[in-house]
Design a protein around this ligand. Structure first.
Ligand code: LRH
Ligand code: MN
Length: 431
């Protein structure tokens, strides 16, 4: 496939697609715009905020994911980093909201920094957090991570894992990334296997060495997870442990909230509120789940929870000194076309954000101060029940994207174009 595959999303084609959809959009936007103005909202301000909201696409989720029970590839998958960046370019050209990619090393080692940077920047794509991987052994690994990495009882294994994390930072520096995400599979699957306190202490000391390697303007995002691949304990199982580590490490360390990394019925919006209150929230891995770490399309199972999380974020970004957040997706596409899944996830995130911007937080505070619970709920649900899609579409349209990116993706028959260019069997690296 030639490098200028962007022709696949021909500007004239995009224009005629939008012209076809603009009449109905204009009607919907005029209607919503008027309602929002009547409610006292600054619609231009809202559009500006929604336009500025960019979600990073995970480099490991541009192909078909799978489970231990099977994998059903969709064809035309990006089999190298350049093609992955091109696919993010397609998403961004359609929704003008996916202007960043988050790399996972070694699945996506940037061989030639200059040409990778040039390709990405040419597509208006930035590099968000880079992710280390000490949960799989590599062909050239000297030691095994079978029994852990940064928490391993063997100093030599910890040293190898620390070295890897430093190399990941060095790759990120070359690309203009400003954050390292550390997620550890470290833990135990049987009582007695681990000494919890020693494992924690070894992990902290390993992270301290990694922290000292961070450039001054970088962040370290400590991701937690209650189980899998270990099924009795994880060294960093919950937000409390992640926060403890981040606090002991220093100002550059914060906690990363992966929505799928919570036990059923956990109140994630409360965790988000507290971490922001402590100015120690670093970012998100957005996805959705019904049971475990299902990595499903954002907003496909619990859209109200996502809205409540964004209500805490909107207030926290207003009222706290929490550092700038990394907005990233972390999903695995077992059944849907990966590109369609990502388009739907970005749309759900922007809809949740737009609704959260509509909440009348002053009235909410008054209702809370008088324990008027029914009024508090009404204020929240007034916003949640507002169909903000015309507002999100208007923001995409104003930035030159497609009115209804998923419909455009299908109208331009992009999956078949990718299959024609890459073949039905091209396989993507990642989970
Ligand atoms: C672990 C996780 C982590 C990634 C991996 C791909 O479940 O969420 O963020 O490294 O998925
Ligand atoms: Mn994650």
């Amino acid at each position: 496939m030639s490098d200028n595959f962007v022709i696949m999303l021909d500007a004239n084609e995009l224009k005629s697609f939008n012209d076809e959809h603009s009449k109905e959009h204009q009607r919907n936007w005029d209607h919503l715009g008027e309602r929002l103005l009547n409610r006292g909202h600054d619609t231009e301000g809202l559009i500006e905020q929604i336009c500025a909201f960019q979600v990073a696409i995970p480099s490991w989720a541009l192909g078909t994911g799978g489970t231990r029970f099977g994998r059903f590839p969709s064809g035309g998958e990006p089999s190298n980093l350049r093609d992955k960046i091109k696919d993010v370019g397609i998403l961004h050209a359609l929704n003008k909201s996916s202007g960043a990619i988050s790399l996972h090393i070694p699945w996506d080692i940037p061989e030639d920094y200059d040409s990778i940077r040039e390709l990405a920047f040419g597509l208006d794509i930035k590099f968000d957090a880079v992710n280390s991987n000490t949960f799989q052994d590599q062909p050239n690994s000297v030691h095994s991570y079978k029994f852990g990495s940064l928490s391993h009882v063997d100093t030599a294994v910890r040293k190898e894992a620390i070295k890897h994390n430093k190399e990941v930072i060095d790759h990120g520096v070359q690309l203009g990334s400003k954050a390292l995400t550390v997620w550890l599979a470290d833990g135990s699957s049987f009582p007695g296997q681990h000494n919890f306190r020693d494992a924690f202490q070894r992990t902290l000391e390993s992270l301290e060495e990694i922290y000292d390697h961070l450039p001054a303007d970088w962040k370290l995002l400590v991701e937690y997870k209650p189980y899998e691949p270990n099924f009795y304990s994880m060294v960093i199982p919950d937000w409390g442990t992640s926060h403890l580590l981040a606090s002991k490490l220093g100002d550059k360390a914060t906690s990363l909230v992966d929505l799928g990394h919570h036990l059923p019925n956990t109140n994630i919006e409360q965790i988000v509120a507290l971490l922001m209150h402590l100015n120690k929230l670093g970012g998100f891995h957005f996805n959705d789940s019904k049971y475990g770490d299902d990595d499903l399309t954002v907003g496909s199972i619990k859209p109200y929870q996502l809205f409540l999380i964004f209500c805490e974020l909107v207030q926290g970004m207003e009222d706290t000194d929490n550092p700038e957040l990394s907005w990233m997706i972390d999903a695995s596409h077992n059944l849907k076309d990966p590109m369609e899944d990502l388009l739907q996830s970005v749309e759900s995130i922007k809809i949740a954000y737009a609704r959260a911007l509509l909440v009348d937080y002053d009235s909410l505070k008054i209702a809370q101060a008088s324990n008027d619970i029914a009024q508090s709920q009404r204020i929240l649900q007034e916003a949640f029940r507002t169909d903000v899609r015309p507002l999100v579409m208007e923001s995409i349209y104003r930035k030159g994207g497609a009115l209804d990116p998923l419909t455009a993706y299908r109208a331009f028959d992009i999956r078949n174009q990718l299959i024609a260019a890459r073949g039905i069997d091209s396989k993507s690296t990642g989970l």
